[in-house]
Design a protein around this ligand. Sequence first.
Ligand code: UDP
Ligand code: MG
Length: 318
Amino acid sequence: MTGCHISIVVPCYNEDEVIDTFHATLVSVLEATRQTFEVCYVDDGSSDTTRRRLCSLAGADRRVRYTSFSRNFGKEAAILAGLRMSRGDAVVIMDADLQHPPSLIPRMLQLRQHGYDQVVARRDRAGDGVVRSLLSSAYYRAMGHGIDVEIIDGEGDFRLLSRLAVEAVLAMPETNRFSKGIFAWIGFDTASFNYHNVSRVAGRSKWGGRRLLNYGIDGLISFNNRPLRLAVYVGLTLCFTAAVYALWTITNVALHGVKVPGYTTLLTVAVALGGIQITTLGIVGEYVGRIYYETKCRPPYIVRETSDTPPPAAPAQP
Ligand code: UDP
Ligand code: MG
């Protein structure tokens, strides 16, 4: 067993309105568990005072550590950095906005004691907009058919991982990370329980429509090659249909002679084929793009400072 029992990993991006409240709530819950703990904050290149606040939290309490990125690298990179920092025997990943209630941590620890390597808190969709809820459930249904690992609606990053599970996650070297898929892929005995969704206490969500859409596409593509397979099936089906249609036309011409009408059919087929070809190219392009980024082997984030290293000197005034 390592030095401390529980590590809490918290990605933070522009959370200065909420971070102090979050920290106070978290620490009171953790102290009540009577177990040793550390809190690993990751400042994901915030442009507000989040970094300074984390720095002073770390200065005031040795159980608090932080890492700060040189710019915004995204929540996935922040989770990875937090997991790398963590030294606990059990690690809980949670958001800084109190949407992941710290009061659920004791329950997670209890399930961990029953031997589960992953304990997932699954939220319901209360408080989400109607459109977002509908789109989300349609997305998860599509994911259920489309990808090789099982991802369940409402199960996100709020979970406890045993040290064994953390090491399994860290052993996955990809730069473009899709944590939900990674957590499902590593396996292990997993327990889950539901909790009621709560709204952010302050600040705003960083997930606008476009970011969510990109995340959704990442999810579909990161864990399988079924879209490519689907493109092959669509192509083959179209070839077969075209062959049948050609046969039917030739027979028709042989029986009844040439008729000029057919402009609409021709145009429809041309447009449909064009659309399918471009979509297929796009799908192939998505995979090629991912290969391109992975072959560069760039680090998933760059650290600007950590609580273990002194902050760099401020740039000299011109
Ligand atoms: N977050 C991050 N980097 C980002 C976006 C978000 O570290 O680029 C953090 C954010 O500070 C919060 C968590 O990820 O702790 C969840 O973000 P948010 O509340 O915006 O997402 P939502 O709850 O709306 O899905
Ligand atoms: Mg949130």
